[in-house]
Design a protein around this ligand. Structure first.
Ligand SMILES: C[S@@+](CC[C@H](N)C(=O)[O-])C[C@H]1O[C@@H](n2cnc3c(N)ncnc32)[C@H](O)[C@@H]1O
Length: 260
């Protein structure tokens, strides 16, 4: 089911948005064990948290072009990759075959709400930029719990709706006055109430903030990513991260870990 925007406009066609995005951006390529190395502190921390996946059963929610699924399969996991977008699932299958791990990546066009229908249990459920698409979120949390093995973990790289300034901005300016809108019409950043729902089912829920992302978002939106402005914004974000860590929880990006 599509998530409603805060304006109450339900996005009718998120799937065709993602189909057309993945149609344009797919390239067969070798995904080796350096593929995600030294990219950003978030990515570094995410893969450190994922750890050794040799022999593990992994579910990738909203697999996109399949890079993470293929990376983990090449690291020894057996991966189930799902996405609502048929093009995403087709690309993931092609990428797995290109990297000779087709036998270790099964791909399914499936809503994350319906993961129980896979009739499998997982050591690890992962997802990058997916949780905030899923609605109703409480139903998803129950489904996630059911497909995790006891002791299994969910690890998600996510955005965050916790910063009121960024949310004001998103609500009133993005998509207007020439300020670009990224993503589909239905999505809204992961809300504190959704974290609370996770925490209710998974008392061992942790949020990590390996970077502070605030000024850089302003630079992207207001100054179209102008290089000089972005450099200044990046320095401000780094200074806050280092000297005012209290504010890190207001970062636009986070890692969410749950343990069953
Ligand atoms: C922002 S993209 C992220 C893709 C990929 N994880 C990555 O980081 O490149 C979100 C993806 O989630 C998919 N998606 C959205 N809602 C979904 C849902 N309820 N269940 C499964 N996939 C969904 C979209 O089709 C899209 O491919």
């Amino acid at each position: 089911m599509a998530k409603k925007t805060t304006t109450g406009i339900a996005a009718t066609d998120a799937t065709s948005f993602w189909d057309s995005t993945w149609q344009k951006t797919f390239k067969p390529m070798v995904i080796d064990q350096t593929a995600f190395r030294n990219m950003t502190p978030h990515i570094d921390r995410y893969f450190a948290a994922i750890g050794d996946v040799q022999g593990k059963e992994v579910l990738d929610l909203g697999c996109g072009n399949g890079k993470i699924s293929v990376y983990l399969a090449r690291a020894g996991a057996t991966v189930t990759a799902i996405d609502l977008s048929p093009i995403s699932v087709q690309n993931t299958k092609l990428l797995a075959e290109y990297n000779q791990v087709g036998a270790r990546v099964s791909t399914v066009v499936l809503d994350s709400l319906d993961v129980r229908t896979l009739h499998k249990h997982f050591d690890l459920v992962i997802g990058k930029d997916i949780l905030h698409h899923i609605e109703p979120f409480d139903a998803f949390v129950d489904a996630l719990y059911d497909v995790l093995k006891p002791g299994g973990r969910g690890l998600f790289i996510e955005n965050s709706a916790r910063n009121p300034i960024l949310m004001f901005f998103r609500r009133h300016l993005v998509g207007r006055f020439g300020i670009p809108k990224y993503g589909d019409d239905a999505e809204y950043p992961l809300e504190p109430r959704e974290i609370a729902l996770l925490r209710r089912k998974f008392p061992r829920t942790t949020q990590y903030y390996p970077e502070f992302k605030f000024f850089i978002m302003m630079a992207i939106y207001l100054f179209h990513g102008n290089k000089t402005v972005s450099r200044i914004a990046q320095s401000l974000d780094e200074a806050i991260y280092r000297y005012l860590p209290f504010f890190n929880k207001y970062s636009y990006r986070q890692i969410v870990e749950v343990q069953r």
